[in-house]
Design a protein around this ligand. Structure first.
Ligand code: ADP
Ligand code: ADP
Ligand code: ZN
Length: 225
């Protein structure tokens, strides 16, 4: 099962990817995380774009994903979080999957209002050791100051999660990324994949519940048909 978690910055893609990865034993491919932990030469190349809230060049990110999808853990299926973000990336993805006899099963859109996104992004922090995601208001660790996943006590905030950069990232999303949704809706119309629209404004557990129910329902349809 190969799927895309699609949505604006702060929609909850990373949060849901973390949960889906565990439940369905899939590889999680978060391009933002890959870029943030990239080797120095690559990190230097992309840093300026990321700090400004702009997209890094298509050829850079496409090369990263192409290499990553070939790794062994992706054979059983993967979750894309933060890729594709442009039409060129979407087409490149289709090409590379096709070449390997793979395809996309689901595109899951997490829809959230811009106003809510600013609140989500400015309150976001994560575990410095394992990367587990948290929020000042919506998702504090169960024990204050201690990571639920690995018990570490150090947390970090992203440099680009500031109000100024967020506005730019939302603008970039609406201009360059949201238009690809039409491309996937059209593919769903032709039966090439299943398109799942989710109200991402709901609390985390409810969003997870809606995604799960949709995946189960689609699976039943596939089994019966
Ligand atoms: P994305 O990967 O789409 O940028 P994240 O998963 O990092 O988004 O979520 C952004 C922030 O909002 C995080 O701090 C996360 O804990 C929080 N969050 C995610 N989903 C929800 C939700 N459904 N309701 C409230 N807060 C959420
Ligand atoms: P968010 O959680 O807000 O959706 P990400 O962590 O996915 O943000 O991405 C952070 C930054 O990394 C983006 O603002 C962009 O500069 C870069 N980036 C991530 N994925 C891509 C991509 N597919 N194409 C171009 N740039 C990307
Ligand atoms: Zn941790």
């Amino acid at each position: 099962m190969n799927l895309i978690l699609f949505g604006p910055p702060g929609a909850g893609k990373g949060t849901q990817a973390e949960l889906l990865q565990k439940r369905y034993a899939l590889a999680k491919l978060s391009t933002g995380d890959m870029l943030r932990s990239a080797p120095a030469a690559l990190a230097g190349l992309v840093k300026g774009y990321m700090q400004k809230g702009e997209l890094v060049p298509d050829d850079v990110i496409i090369a990263i994903i192409k290499a990553r999808i070939d790794e062994k853990d992706c054979a059983k299926g993967f979750i894309l979080d933060g890729f594709p973000r442009t039409k060129a990336q979407a087409e490149a993805l289709e090409g590379m999957l096709h070449a390997e006899g793979k395809h996309l099963d689901y595109v899951i859109e997490l829809a959230v209002d811009d106003k809510k996104l600013v609140e989500r992004i400015t309150g976001r922090f994560s575990c410095a050791k394992c990367g587990a995601g948290y929020h000042d208001i919506f998702k504090q660790p169960r024990k204050l100051g201690i990571c639920d996943e690995c018990a570490a006590t150090e947390f970090t905030r992203r440099e680009d999660d500031k109000v100024e950069t967020v506005a730019k990232r939302l603008e970039v999303y609406h201009r360059q990324t949201a238009p690809i949704l039409d491309y996937y809706r059209a593919q769903a119309g032709q039966g090439a994949l299943a398109y799942i629209h989710v109200n991402g404004m709901l609390p985390i557990e409810e969003v997870t519940g809606v995604i799960d129910a949709a995946l189960q329902a689609e699976k039943k349809i596939a089994e019966n048909g």
